[in-house]
Design a protein around this ligand. Structure first.
Ligand code: G6P
Length: 579
């Protein structure tokens, strides 16, 4: 994972990079570093901790220079510590690199370099890049040629940026890890995603697989890894800087939960015209994704089987290559807010290899997943910064509903979700009572099952409470043995065809002393529950949109009441570019 950013221009590089790293922090946050080239040489500062913690204590913004690179890390090789933090340098300290990805053959290369006398100061796989470039330069190559030939020796994935003392040029390249070039006026940038560069430009060129670029203040040249120059058309995005800021909310997550009622209009207006025929003509549909996006996939599976009569398998992307057998009659739908998740990419490469057609739903134009797809539907959710996905999930649902119900009026969805947010104070109170609990169960049936799973995932991701979701009917087949007095059970029980079955499940729980918090618009369910949170609306099909935001709020407030930063849960990252 990790976030990288590079700047070259006339501005104060350290400040621009520091701001960019704050935006990129969702990609990893165990250590951070910046290197700039100043008139008196390279200035490199790095340390263990979150971006602001390290940036303020090392006084990043006091660093001079108008060219530099920065990195915020999510450890893969080597524990989080100052030495393993990026940037890394060669033996001379004049060649500095940042890297996102995993170098599979690093040990072999490191041994070879050590044999030639190179000294390493970290346990990372990344550091070898700086030493390989040093070797290349020693053998007489120009920096860019040395960079390209070093990268060609690597097996695995990389988005890398290189800076050499005394050169006013940044060198960047990518393979299986995202990297976007931002085109400014008299300044140019490169970063792991567009949001980190929004203060400077809205014109971007996402680098393609195995492509490189050389950035100077006045322009950017793009190349293949063989060194051939490429023509690239920039794309313009209309995301604003405010979209990637907290806007008065204490955390991005809370802002993004509230933003849903606005962005859902945009998502419902997404262009699905080319996706429809793909779905109608498909003999078989496979849908694949990870995490929260997988829960959206499950919703599509339920809807398409029930309402379109289509056979549809939903498979977790990391499992897809092992258990699926797509062919040229298969439509594979990938859902990924970032469009960069490595597991999802690998699943799609596998499906592509078997001749399947690919339709993807993503929030990021130009992302890797869009490039492997035959058709793309953009979610239009605006940038999502908090690690826990919220608004992109409801956008995914909105687009999926459009795909399944082309003729249905779905315009009530944004207001329905907006109304459900009125339970915020009540939810906050409930979440405080969950704080000391050990296990929490979420139950639902039918369309509420994917929502229950998402509610449980949100809670465990950001509050570290153990939460599991089950279809209500499964309770008696095992999990009921865990219900004892006081165990909280969150029951999703809208007034639909599942309501009486859910009533039975609630009774089973209460008979064993479980504490039931229901989300419902049924009086009977409310009467049987210890606490009933009223959900708005009466259309059973839209009930998922009436329940999801309160569940997101439940997780948010549980996290805050435990003193956790919900935007930066431990061990997780938003964009997971390693398998
Ligand atoms: C990570 C994030 C999750 C997200 C999952 C899939 O694990 O922490 O919030 O749901 O990746 O991400 P994607 O970008 O493919 O939707």
């Amino acid at each position: 994972m990790c976030g990288i950013i590079g700047y070259v221009g006339n501005g104060k590089a350290s400040e621009i990079i520091y701001n960019g790293l704050r935006t990129l922090e969702y990609r990893g946050y165990d250590s951070v570093g910046v290197v700039v080239d100043t008139p008196s040489g390279i200035d490199l500062r790095k340390g263990k901790g979150m971006v602001e913690e390290v940036g303020d204590s090392l006084d990043f913004t006091s660093m001079g220079g108008s060219i530099g690179i920065g990195h915020t890390r999510w450890a893969t090789h080597g524990v989080p510590c100052k030495e393993n933090a990026h940037p890394h340098t060669d033996c001379t300290g004049k060649i500095a690199i940042v890297h996102n990805g995993v170098i599979e053959n690093y040990q072999e290369l490191r041994d070879e370099l050590a044999g030639k006398g190179h000294k390493f100061s970290s346990e990372t796989d990344s550091e070898i890049i700086a030493h390989l470039v040093e070797e290349g330069k020693k053998s007489g190559k120009e920096t860019f040629q040395a960079f390209l030939s070093s990268l060609k020796m690597l097996k695995g994935s990389y988005a890398a940026a290189l800076l050499v003392e005394g050169e006013k040029k940044l060198y960047v390249a990518r393979k299986n890890s995202p990297l976007v070039v931002g085109l400014g006026k008299g300044e140019n940038l490169a970063a792991s995603d567009m949001t980190a560069m929004l203060r400077h430009t809205r014109d971007f060129v996402p680098l393609g697989e195995m492509e490189a670029a050389v950035l100077e203040p006045r322009g950017v040249a793009f190349y293949s890894m063989d060194g051939n120059e490429l023509r690239k058309e920039p794309m313009h995005v209309d995301w604003s800087t405010e979209m990637a800021e907290k806007g008065g909310f204490p955390h991005f997550m809370l802002k993004e939960i509230h933003d849903q009622k606005h962005f859902l209009y945009e998502s419902l207006a997404a262009d699905v015209s080319r996706a429809h025929p793909l779905i109608s003509n498909a003999k078989k549909i496979h849908i694949t994704a990870c995490g929260t996006s997988y829960h959206a996939s499950l919703m599509f599976k339920c809807l398409s089987q029930k309402f379109l009569g289509k056979d549809c398998d939903a498979t977790i992307a990391s499992e897809y290559p092992f258990i699926s057998n797509p062919d040229s009659n298969t439509l594979v739908i990938a859902i990924s807010q970032s469009g960069e998740t490595a597991d999802t990419m690998r699943a799609l490469e596998y499906a592509r290899g078997k001749g399947a057609k690919i339709l993807s739903l993503t929030n990021v134009a130009g992302s890797s997943i869009t490039r492997i797809s035959d058709e793309v539907v953009l979610l239009n959710s605006g940038p999502e910064v908090s690690v826990a996905a919220t608004k992109t999930f409801t956008s995914q649902l909105a687009v999926l509903y459009r795909l399944v119900f082309p003729g249905k009026d779905l315009s009530a969805i944004p207001a329905l979700l907006g109304k459900s947010l009125e339970s915020e104070i009540e939810i906050k109170r409930i979440s405080e009572s969950l704080r000391e609990k050990r296990d929490i169960f979420f139950l639902g049936r039918g369309l509420s099952v994917p929502i229950a799973m998402e509610g449980a995932l949100k809670l465990k991701e950001i509050s570290y409470l153990h939460a599991e979701a089950y279809p209500g009917g499964e309770l008696k087949h095992g999990p009921l043995s865990l219900i004892e007095p006081g165990v909280p059970v969150i029951a999703l029980a809208p007034n639909d065809e599942t309501v009486y079955k859910m009533l039975g499940n609630i009774k089973e729980v209460r008979a064993r002393g479980g504490f039931v918090v229901s989300f419902t618009n049924s009086r009977e369910i409310a009467k049987e529950s210890d606490i009933a949170v009223e959900i708005p609306g009466s259309d059973p099909l839209l009930a998922p949109f009436a329940m999801i935001a309160p569940l997101q709020l439940l997780a948010y407030y549980a996290s805050v009441s435990k003193g956790i930063n919900p935007d930066r849960p431990r061990n997780l990252a938003k964009s997971v570019t390693v398998e």
